[in-house]
Ligand binder design. Structure first.
Ligand SMILES: Nc1ncnc2c1ncn2[C@@H]1O[C@H](COP(=O)(O)OP(=O)(O)OP(=O)(O)O)[C@@H](O)[C@H]1O
Length: 325
């Protein structure tokens, strides 16, 4: 990775109000780096904290969330505590996100071409005409046929796949330094999925953009990402180069995930290989390693002391008391 990563999360912790009063920790000291031109896949079961991590970076966490500690360094600047106006300027210009549900993320009462030209005008200072032409060119760039006509369509007039392409065009409109794609192809057919992922990967390579790819689909992440970060119940348990993790996973949870993944398209929740449920994060007696109760290798220490993320091979770290190297 280049000397200075585009994004560096340092021991980021996020709490939400607990149903019975107090707070519970949904992100527990998460540290992660993403370099220029690099795609990092964040993997984990539902509720493991992938979206909360993404929303924290974007400054779009629910108002009830409390950032309990850590830093979010974007190009060296801590995003936490930045005034909202400055964050808003960063979003869409240097930081962008493709959401899980494009129809919900797009403005339903504005034609899609206008939504893209709004971004171009606000952030790149283009004239109305330049922005309109550029928006049509961007729709063509994401493979939408007859882009000039589609530019004046409203989201409800377009298919799910086309809306997702519009989201990608919107997210890339101002050539961000970091793109976060949260399950960007959920609900799309395999062909459209591959087209969209190829498109984003191509642009990322071309522009040296950093990318975070959030998914449940381990096989897809293995195919698309340079590095992987595996999360379980709000804790980052393993991170490293994709090939190293796939060939020799160190954390017992990652090993189970790999054993449970027969091939591309398999979704973790469909599989039986990871026994037990992730713990209820609002429980008062949560073990220090949140995988402890599901782990066949557990020792007493796992209940009381959080294992640090430690290097096991170059660039490959795992947080576990029981794996030696
Ligand atoms: N607004 C909120 N209020 C309370 N708890 C929340 C809120 N948003 C998320 N959480 C909790 O934070 C935890 C992490 O959720 P998150 O959405 O990040 O998981 P995820 O890994 O992205 O899951 P999925 O794959 O299902 O999207 C979960 O326990 C979830 O219930």
């Amino acid at each position: 990775m280049s000397a200075e990563p585009i994004l560096r999360l340092e021991t980021l912790s996020v709490d939400f109000p607990a149903p019975r009063g107090g707070r519970f920790r949904v992100l527990d000291r998460v540290s992660l780096e993403v370099g220029a031109g690099e795609t990092v896949g964040i993997l984990g079961e539902s509720g493991s904290g992938k979206s909360v991590t993404a929303l924290a970076v974007m400054g779009l966490l629910d108002r009830s969330a409390v950032v309990a500690g850590g830093r979010i360094l974007f190009e060296g600047e801590d995003l936490l505590g930045l005034p909202e106006a400055r964050l808003r300027r960063l979003r869409g210009r240097r930081l962008s996100m493709v959401f899980q549900h494009p129809r919900r993320a797009l403005n339903p009462v504005r034609p899609v071409g206008k939504q893209i030209s709004d971004v171009l005008r606000a952030h790149a200072g283009l004239s109305r005409r330049q922005a309109r032409d550029e928006a049509v060119a961007m729709l063509a760039g994401v493979g939408i046929p007859d882009p000039a006509a589609r530019a004046s369509a409203y989201p409800h007039e377009l298919s799910g796949g086309t809306c997702q392409r519009v989201m990608v065009a919107l997210a890339l409109a101002c050539a961000p330094r970091l793109l976060i794609a949260d399950e960007p192809t959920t609900g799309l057919d395999v062909t459209t999925q591959a087209l969209i992922l190829d498109l984003v990967a191509g642009l990322a390579r071309e522009r040296g953009m950093a990318m975070i790819f959030i998914t449940h689909d381990l096989a897809l992440a293995a195919e698309r990402c340079d590095r992987l970060a595996v999360m379980h119940a709000g804790q980052l348990v393993e991170t490293g180069p994709t090939a190293a993790i796939v060939e020799r996973p160190r954390h017992p949870y990652t090993r189970r995930l790999l054993r449970a993944t027969p091939g591309t398209g398999a979704r973790l929740e469909d599989l039986v290989g990871v026994p037990g449920l992730a713990p209820d994060l609002s429980r008062a007696d949560l073990p220090a390693c949140r995988f402890q109760e599901r782990c066949e290798l557990r020792i007493d220490r796992c209940r009381t002391e959080v294992p640090p993320l430690q290097p096991r091979a170059p660039g490959h770290c795992a947080a576990c008391w029981t794996v030696a190297a």
